[in-house]
Design a protein around this ligand. Structure first.
Ligand code: GLY
Ligand code: MN
Ligand code: MN
Length: 436
C-alpha cells in the first residue's frame, strides 16, 4: 500500500473502533515488550495483534490510547524516545516527533511521558477497554491507583476487547484480504518447493529448511506458527514440531506450515507420499479426506453456520470409515455416539487473520454464529490411525497413517474464495508435482 492509503486504512480502523466503544470510554492497546532469551539476546519481537491492527506500527513498548470525543486528544501513541546510542546498537526508532507524519496518529509522546499524559486521558471516563493481559494489567492498576490518590476519577468499569475490537478484526477489509492472499501465495510456493525436494533418506528438518527458504525469499521472515513437518507415524501427532526424524520410503509426509506476511497468517496443510507415489491404501484414505474437505469448503457461505463445514466433513468421514469397514453400525449411530472422533480428533475450522487461531466469537448466546462476508477461516479435516499402542484393534496396515488437508477460505457475498487454491491437492496432481 502507498503510505497515504496505508495511513487511511489504519485511521478508518481506529474510527470504527472508537465508534464501537462510544464517547465516555477510553481504550488502552499495548504493543507489549521484548522478551529476554538470555544475556543480551531477545526473542524476535512481534507486536500484539490488536496493536498492529490499529497502528501498523511494529516497535516494542508502544501504547495506543483512544479516547473518543476527548476534548483535546482522541488518539495518542506512546513510543520509545529517540536515543542515538541505543539506536547504534539495536536499530532505528521512529520517535514521538515522527508519529503524526508517519502513522497519521495526531499525538505522539514518549513512554517517559506516561505519567504526565495518561491521567488526563483517563480522568472522568466511565469505561476502560483493555486486554486483561497480566503484564500490562499491573501497569494499568498502578496508573488507576495513583489517579485515585491524586483525587482524579479513573474509569470504574473494565471491558474486554472481544465484543468491540475483536468483532472488527473478524471481518477483514479488502486490504487485509489482499495481504492474506499474498501470505497464502508465499506458503503455497513453499509447500510446492518442499514437495519437489522430498525424497526418502533426508530429514524432516531438511524439508523444513526448504519451507523457510521460500518464505524468506518471498519476504516473509516469520512463520505464523512453528512448522509441522511430520513423516510416517509423526503425522498422527497434531502439533508435531520436533522435525528431526529421517524420512523413510513408504512414509506419508504431513506438512502443516504457513508464513506470516506483514503480520497476517496463512495456515496450510498438505499430505503427500515421501517417494512421490501413494500406495493404493494411502490413496484411498487420502481421497476420503479430500472429499470431506471439498464438501466442507462448499459449506463456507454467507448465512451458513460456523459449524456447518465441521458437521459436513464429519459426516463424509464417518460414512467413509463405515464403507472401509473401520467402523460398524449405521451412519446415525456413528454420528450420535461420535464413534469417528478417535480418528478425526480435531475441529475442522478456526478463524484466521493476524493470529493463526484468530479472534472472533464462534458462538453467540451459545449458538454457532452465521458466516459473513469478510470472515476468513481454515477448512482442515483429517484422519489419524494411531499405532499398535493407541489403536490396538485396528488393522495394522492402517497404523501410522495421518492425513490432513487444510486450506484458507474467505467468505464472500456469493460463496467463498479459497486463498490457497493454486496448491495441488488431488492425489494425481500431487504425484504429478512431485514427478516434475
Ligand atoms: N497449524 C495449526 C492449525 O492448523 O490449527
Ligand atoms: Mn494448520
Ligand atoms: Mn489450522
Amino acid at each position: 500500500m502507498h503510505n497515504l492509503e496505508h495511513i487511511r486504512e489504519y485511521s478508518r480502523r481506529r474510527q470504527r473502533f472508537m465508534a464501537s466503544i462510544g464517547p465516555g470510554s477510553v481504550a488502552l492497546i499495548f504493543a507489549t515488550g521484548e522478551k529476554r532469551r538470555n544475556a543480551d539476546v531477545e526473542y524476535l519481537f512481534r507486536p500484539h495483534s490488536d496493536f498492529v491492527y490499529l497502528t501498523g506500527f511494529h516497535e516494542p513498548d508502544g501504547l495506543l490510547v483512544l479516547a473518543p470525543s476527548h476534548p483535546t486528544m482522541e488518539e495518542v501513541l506512546f513510543v520509545r524516545a529517540r536515543d542515538v546510542a541505543a539506536e547504534q546498537w539495536n536499530g532505528r526508532r521512529l520517535g514521538a516527533e515522527r508519529v503524526r507524519e508517519t502513522l497519521g496518529i495526531e499525538n505522539g509522546f514518549t513512554i517517559e511521558e506516561y505519567s504526565d499524559v495518561i491521567p488526563s486521558l483517563l480522568d472522568g471516563r466511565d469505561a476502560l477497554h483493555a486486554d486483561q493481559d497480566v503484564e500490562t494489567s499491573h501497569q494499568v492498576e498502578v496508573w488507576l491507583n495513583s489517579m485515585k490518590e491524586s483525587g482524579l476519577a479513573p474509569p470504574e468499569e473494565r471491558v474486554e476487547l472481544e465484543d468491540t475490537l475483536h468483532e472488527l478484526r473478524l471481518i477483514k477489509s479488502d486490504a487485509e484480504i489482499e495481504t492474506m492472499q499474498k501470505a497464502a501465495d508465499i506458503s503455497a510456493a513453499a509447500h510446492q518447493r518442499a514437495m519437489r525436494y522430498c525424497k526418502p533418506g533426508i530429514s524432516e528438518l531438511a524439508l523444513e529448511s526448504e519451507l523457510q527458504h521460500e518464505f524468506a525469499l518471498r519476504g516473509a521472515r516469520f512463520t505464523a506458527y512453528p512448522s509441522i513437518v511430520a513423516s510416517g507415524p509423526n503425522g498422527c501427532i497434531m502439533h508435531y514440531i520436533q522435525n528431526d526424524r529421517t524420512i523413510e520410503d513408504g512414509d506419508l509426509i504431513l506438512i502443516d506450515a504457513g508464513c506470516e506476511y506483514r503480520y497476517y497468517a496463512s495456515d496450510i496443510t498438505r499430505t503427500f507420499p515421501a517417494n512421490g507415489r501413494f500406495t493404493p491404501q494411502q490413496r484411498e484414505i487420502y481421497e476420503l479426506v479430500l472429499s470431506a474437505q471439498l464438501a466442507a469448503i462448499d459449506q463456507v457461505k454467507t448465512g451458513h453456520l460456523f459449524t456447518d463445514p465441521h458437521d459436513t466433513s464429519t459426516r463424509v468421514l464417518a460414512q467413509g470409515l463405515l464403507d472401509l469397514g473401520i467402523l460398524k453400525g449405521s451412519l446415525d449411530e456413528v454420528l450420535e455416539q461420535e464413534l469417528a472422533k478417535p480418528f478425526t480428533v480435531h475441529r475442522c475450522s478456526h478463524f484466521l487473520g493476524l493470529d493463526v487461531h484468530d479472534v472472533g466469537k464462534r458462538e453467540i448466546d451459545g449458538e454457532a454464529r452465521a458466516l459473513e462476508p469478510g470472515m476468513v477461516l481454515t477448512v482442515e479435516p483429517g484422519l489419524y490411525f494411531g499405532n499398535a499402542e493407541t489403536m490396538p484393534d485396528l488393522d495394522p496396515s492402517l497404523h501410522d497413517i495421518g492425513i490432513r488437508i487444510e486450506d484458507d477460505v474467505v467468505v464472500t457475498e456469493n460463496g467463498n474464495r479459497v486463498l490457497s487454491v493454486d496448491l495441488p491437492k488431488s492425489a494425481d496432481d500431487v504425484e504429478a508435482l512431485m514427478a516434475g
